[in-house]
Design a protein around this ligand. Structure first.
Ligand code: ZN
Ligand code: FE
Ligand code: FE
Ligand code: ZN
Length: 269
């Protein structure tokens, strides 16, 4: 079973479970390594209601230490963060990166800034009413432009849930490869790893992130892969990994990446 590097803690205010329970779940799921990557703080505070405050970073390190103690020799733990890609965020990401010996940083696009509008967290169910009024082609173009800029920043090891923009099943008409091709080129050139995030199977889109077609193109372009659950409770650790492995193999993948202190090695899939 691959490592599971995209998981959360209650510090983000919308996840639950004690560190010991996550470790036990990781052992039960049989993942190679358990990586913790909670939603990183974001300035100015309060930024939103789904992340730790900057002042809570010591609590995050304590939470990870509790997990490490409970795991002992039984399981390798890795320390990460899920950082938000926002316009002008680069100095803040560099600051966060310098705070700890992270094993990896995940970059995610959860916010879109359209002309004449404040950035909005498009994957938040509180905005569901807005989707019917949107130009989906323009929104998808905007999303993938942000994703490309995030890849090109070189600040992240892993790029999170590639096509999260499909979460609520609002997808433009026609062949989506027109959106995928430029981003595949940019990600391949950046050297970043993408994740196959299994949480999408449990959302209205009912499909893993990214779509199988995207994965095929990514594999052909030589983009490395990790498999992630995005667990917000212990029982979701390693969720659907067997199904994800089958999808990854069908797309051509034969290995996944392991991270330690932001260095990579490959593990057979
Ligand atoms: Zn979350
Ligand atoms: Fe996310
Ligand atoms: Fe997440
Ligand atoms: Zn996430």
């Amino acid at each position: 079973m691959p490592a599971d590097y995209h998981t959360h803690t209650p510090l983000c205010r919308h996840a639950e479970g004690e560190p010991e329970a996550y470790v036990d779940a990781a052992l039960r799921a049989g993942v190679t390594e358990y990586g913790i990557s909670d939603h990183a703080p974001q300035l100015p505070e309060p930024f939103d209601d789904w992340r730790m405050n900057d002042a809570e970073m010591p609590d995050y390190f304590n939470w990870m230490e509790r997990a490490r103690v409970h795991a002992g020799e039984r399981l390798a733990l890795r320390a990460g963060l899920e950082c938000d890609w926002l316009p002008g965020c680069e100095p803040w990401i560099r600051q966060l990166a310098a705070r700890h010996d992270w094993d990896y940083l995940i970059g995610s696009v959860h916010y879109l800034a359209e002309a004449s509008q404040l950035p909005w967290d498009f994957d938040n169910p509180k905005w569901l009413g807005r989707w019917d009024t949107l130009d989906l082609d323009a929104l998808w173009t905007n999303y993938w432009q942000a994703y490309i800029a995030m890849a090109e920043s070189g600040l992240f090891d892993i790029l999170g849930h590639p096509d999260l923009v499909k979460k609520f099943a609002y997808v433009p008409a026609g062949d989506l490869a027109r959106f995928y091709e430029p981003v595949i080129d940019a990600v391949a050139a950046s050297g970043c790893v993408i994740e196959l995030n299994t949480a999408g199977w449990h959302k209205p889109c009912a499909e893993c992130y990214p779509a199988p077609r995207f994965l095929e193109l990514a594999c052909s372009a030589g983009i490395p892969l990790v498999i992630s659950s995005d667990a917000h409770e212990p029982k979701h650790l390693g969720r659907d990994f067997a199904r994800a492995i089958a999808v990854a193999r069908a797309a051509g993948y034969r290995e996944t990446v392991l991270f330690n202190q932001r260095q990579r090695r490959m593990e057979a899939l």
